[in-house]
Design a binder for this molecule. Structure first.
Ligand code: FAD
Ligand code: NAI
Length: 474
């Protein structure tokens, strides 16, 4: 370990470790400090995303979906099995192994790029000095020419439902349940509530989700949210809208959940309650009083469009700053900041950050919803194509959903693309690229799409914008 680096990054989640690698690729000397400890007490790089978020949730979503499809879809393919059974312990072992491989992979990548990975706590002092406390308690002050703060986020804890890590839990604990709870309650039908609710419902839990908003997926396009609501209901997810949690009390082995909706006070008994009502920026113990880096009213580190804080040479990226709390958003900010430090011109196009919800069917979008375009006053046209008319989706037995494209009436620019259906999270990449290049729907219409492919639904939706769909009535 040196006492001086060109760049010190605090936090090795997808924002921080990517920034560190990119900075090292520019020939800078880089250290990346991270204090994450897994439930086995071991330090690991990768942050929330790799240890307790994106990756473990997708591992369980995949396992549980296969189990669900084996029970519900195999028959239609002419496949007969004996009784299909599953073993949570094996699923969890697989999840943990994937996490271990990937977090070990980050450590390897840091090393391969000559980034010094330091396990321990980092605290920013005045004058771009960092107080580093190693896991063995030893302390060292490091000088940095540039500092990148990438300390991420933590689950919001509700005063009326304090986590006890056994009955009332956050998303991390809900990813590591050792057995399927018979009755699972979830507070919040946001991204975590829907993904984790899906996992445990597919594995046999009776899942009830209470959501304060009157609409499901208020941030998504209405045509997409309506399909989602129908499909989730069919899958047995009991989503109660306009329902605000008022109390949760552990009684014996169960949790007594109280909430209010338009009919007044309601209650519900569950075996486990997952509270997933959003995340807060995490900056605990990060900033010395004289560090000079202010937070905003919600606790985010204040930054400009280039992720510069008020202190020269100190940047902040990822979940601890404004914008969507998404791994890919943080990573791109990391790349931008490292490039800026190296003297290059760089920016992040915040208008085209894709959102994906990994339910079945998957949901993905980029750009504006129809309601947002309407509110902007811009005249628009739209087209959609249902997966029920896609040969590939039919072959996959996954025909629910649609692709919807919204474009400007005057110059045909694509303003928003919204997908619910198979592989939506993969299909959205074409839309992101198109919008990054300010493509028109005509550009998509004249682009060859392989047949038969799910991507043809994008092509047909683009054609439908001008009432020229070829495989569906306009
Ligand atoms: P983090 O990943 O939170 O990393 C911050 C790191 O900094 C942590 O390791 C922390 O220990 C460390 N740290 C904090 N303070 C200090 C300090 N003072 N000193 C040293 N180290 C410190 N996003 C997606 O894009 N796709 C998904 O599918 C997705 N799924 C998710 C599922 C779940 C259940 C959850 C909870 C989140 C999910 N997210 C997903 C969100 C995603 O995990 C975050 O947006 C992403 O991890 C943010 O990256 P980050 O690097 O900013 O912060
Ligand atoms: P969220 O913001 O997506 O959803 C929280 C939900 O809880 C909202 O619908 C809100 O109305 C509701 N809520 C808030 N208070 C409530 C109360 N008292 N009673 C009932 N409902 C209440 O937050 P979530 O799901 O916790 O996820 C946190 C972050 O993690 C998100 O910002 C998301 O971007 C990220 N994430 C991303 C994933 C992905 O990209 N696939 C997967 C999981 C998380």
């Amino acid at each position: 370990m040196k006492k001086q680096y060109d760049v010190v990054v605090i936090g090795a989640g997808p924002a921080g470790y990517i920034a560190a690698i990119r900075a090292a690729q520019h020939g800078l000397s880089v250290a990346c400090i991270d204090e994450w400890k897994n439930k086995d007490g071991k330090n690991a790089f990768g942050g929330t995303c790799l240890n307790a978020g994106c990756i473990p949730s997708k591992a369980l979503l995949e396992s549980s979906e296969l189990y669900y499809r084996a029970q519900h879809e195999f028959k239609s393919h002419g496949i007969t099995t004996g009784a299909v059974s599953m073993d949570v312990a094996t699923m969890q072992k697989r999840r943990a192994a994937i996490v271990r491989q990937l977090t070990g992979g980050v450590a390897g990548l840091l090393k391969a790029n000559k980034v010094e990975g330091l396990a321990g706590h980092g605290r920013l002092l005045a004058g771009r000095k960092i107080e580093f406390t190693a896991v063995d308690g030893s302390m060292l002050t490091i000088d940095a020419t540039h500092v990148i703060l990438a300390t991420g986020s933590a689950p919001i804890e509700l005063p009326v439902a304090k986590f006890d890590d056994v009955h009332i839990v956050d998303s991390w604990a809900a990813l590591e349940f050792a057995a399927v709870p018979k009755r699972l309650g979830v507070v919040g039908a946001g991204v975590i509530g829907l993904e984790l609710g899906s996992v445990w419902a597919r594995l046999g839990a009776e899942v009830t989700i209470i959501e304060a908003m009157d609409e499901l997926l208020f941030m998504a396009d209405r045509d997409i949210a309506n399909v989602a609501a129908k499909d989730f209901k069919k899958q047995g997810l009991d989503i109660r809208l306009g329902a605000k949690l008022t109390a949760a009390a552990v009684k014996g082995a169960a949790v007594e959940v109280s909430y209010s909706d338009r009919n007044g006070a309601q209650s519900l008994q569950v075996d486990k309650l997952v509270v997933a009502v959003g995340r807060r920026p995490f900056t605990d113990g990060l900033l010395a009083e004289d560090a000079g880096v202010p937070l905003d009213a919600k606790g985010f580190i204040e930054v400009n469009h280039e992720c510069r804080t008020r202190v020269k040479g100190v940047f902040a990226i990822g979940d601890c700053v404004r914008g969507p709390m998404l791994a890919h958003k943080g990573s791109e900010e990391g790349v931008m900041v490292a490039d800026l430090i190296a003297g290059e011109i760089a920016e992040v196009n915040y208008d085209v950050v894709p959102s994906v919800i990994y339910t079945a069917p998957e949901i993905a979008w980029v750009g504006k919803t129809e309601a947002q375009v309407q509110a902007s006053g811009r005249k628009y046209k739209k087209g959609s194509f249902p997966f029920a008319a896609s040969g590939r989706a039919k072959a996959m037995e996954q025909t629910s959903g649609l692709v919807k494209i919204i474009a400007a009436e005057d110059d045909d620019e694509i303003l928003g693309v919204h997908i619910i259906g198979p592989m939506a999270g993969e299909l959205i990449a074409e839309a992101v690229l198109a919008m990054e290049f300010s493509a028109s729907t005509e550009d998509l219409q004249r682009t060859i799409h392989a047949h038969p492919s799910l991507a043809e639904a994008m092509h047909e939706a683009a054609l439908a914008v001008d009432k020229r769909a070829l495989n569906y009535p306009n």
